[in-house]
Design a protein around this ligand. Structure first.
Ligand code: NAD
Ligand code: ISE
Length: 335
């Protein structure tokens, strides 16, 4: 059985996911694309082997050519398209964030609950990274005892001028927020953000780097450094400290060179290279699940909870104070 995917948003990740769905993933093809940038949509359709270009996301969602929807447009459009996919009764994978605001996320939860079965997954691909999975397996296997502290580092080489100090939370640290919740199996209940000394390499409007402290229900603390302009490449690290030992992510070596008497490992340039295998695993799990009539991947609740933390995180960036986080009651569908 081949799942025919329609992609809304044919920017960087729309093309990246599309390439994998056509050329790498077993059991999928891309039959439809759309983007407000029509030229880009037509170029990507040609690159993906001649997918039909739709005038808008709603026509794509409702087309008989589309079995499942992949939302890769800008965050502000995610709720509109995810809700339309639920209304059409079609499975939908929505890139992060599920939506930028919790009222939008709550509308998605309500629509899915009313539908009665899960349809939505959210693109938190780090859950499929071999390193993160190994750290979680070590914790869950009891080898390091009870978790006490989690340390996270997330560095991008550079970001464009449009990147704001709040996007540190909403666009980037949202990944650490999800991995922390998933790794520890509990919700984040507080957030505090402290601004370290600014790098001279960032645009003047951007507080960079930033340092956040997330408190968990159990009292575990999770630290998170986000450095948007570290210059040297894309670098993600994670260490979990337990009562009996620690477990750390080992970054995959993409290439090594021996030059002038020194061995050097290549640092990945960006998220596409660093998490390439994780995106593949995420898409394969989604497609394989759909082939069996199952929805496999982080849920709309996971999307809501992450956005909830980023909303309070933005307040914490503004005030520098510790902010307590509360949630709506988790619907039975997600328990
Ligand atoms: P991008 O700017 O390259 O692409 C976004 C595309 O959406 C653009 O082509 C734009 O024209 C299109 N678009 C805007 N409004 C639209 C609308 N109303 N309908 C249809 N298309 C519309 O951005 P990107 O880097 O590809 O990011 C897209 C999404 O993927 C974002 O939500 C981003 O947070 C997420 N993302 C996730 C990861 C990850 O690691 N999981 C990495 C990068 C981006
Ligand atoms: C981008 O949108 C991503 O999701 C990347 O994984 C992250 O590293 C980057 O900071 C974001 O801008």
């Amino acid at each position: 059985m081949t799942i025919r995917v329609g992609i809304i948003g044919t920017g960087f990740i729309g093309l990246d996911h599309g390439n994998k769905l056509v050329n790498v993933i077993n059991g999928s093809t891309v039959t439809a694309v759309t983007d407000v940038n029509k030229t880009r949509a037509a170029e990507v359709a040609a690159l993906l082997g001649g997918a039909k270009v739709f005038d808008n996301g709603h026509d794509l969602i409702n087309s008989d050519l589309v079995d499942a929807v992949l939302v890769c447009s800008i965050g502000e459009t995610h709720a509109e398209y995810t809700l339309a996919a639920i209304a059409a009764g079609k499975p939908v994978m929505c890139e992060k964030p599920l939506a930028p605001t919790t009222p939008e996320c709550e509308a998605i939860l309500a629509a899915e609950v009313a539908h009665g079965k899960r349809l939505v997954i959210v693109g938190f691909m780090r859950r499929y990274d071999p390193g993160y999975k190994e750290v979680k397996a070590t914790l869950d296997g009891g080898k390091i005892g009870a978790a006490l502290i989690m340390h996270n580092v997330h560095r991008n080489a550079t970001v464009p001028e449009s990147f704001t100090s709040f996007m540190t939370m909403t666009d980037s640290m949202i990944h650490e927020i999800d991995t922390t919740r998933w790794m520890l199996g509990e919700e984040i209940t507080s957030v505090q953000v402290a601004p370290p000394k600014r790098t001279s390499k960032a645009f003047p409007h951007l507080q960079d780097p930033q340092f956040a402290l997330f408190g968990m229900e159990s009292g575990v603390l999770s630290t998170s450094e986000f450095f948007a302009n570290c210059q040297y490449g894309y670098d993600v690290r994670c260490e979990l400290v337990g009562e009996l030992g620690t477990s750390s992510l080992v970054n995959p070596v993409v290439a090594s060179s021996t030059i002038a008497g020194q061995d050097a490992d290549m640092v990945p340039p960006d998220w596409r290279v660093r998490f390439g295998p994780a995106y593949t695993a995420e898409l394969q799990a989604w497609i394989t699940g759909l082939g069996k009539g199952e929805i496999v991947g982080p849920s709309a609740w996971d999307g809501y909870a992450a956005t909830r933390v980023t909303e309070f995180g933005v307040q914490a960036v503004k005030t520098g104070q510790r902010v307590e986080i509360d949630y709506i009651e988790k619907p039975a569908l997600y328990r």
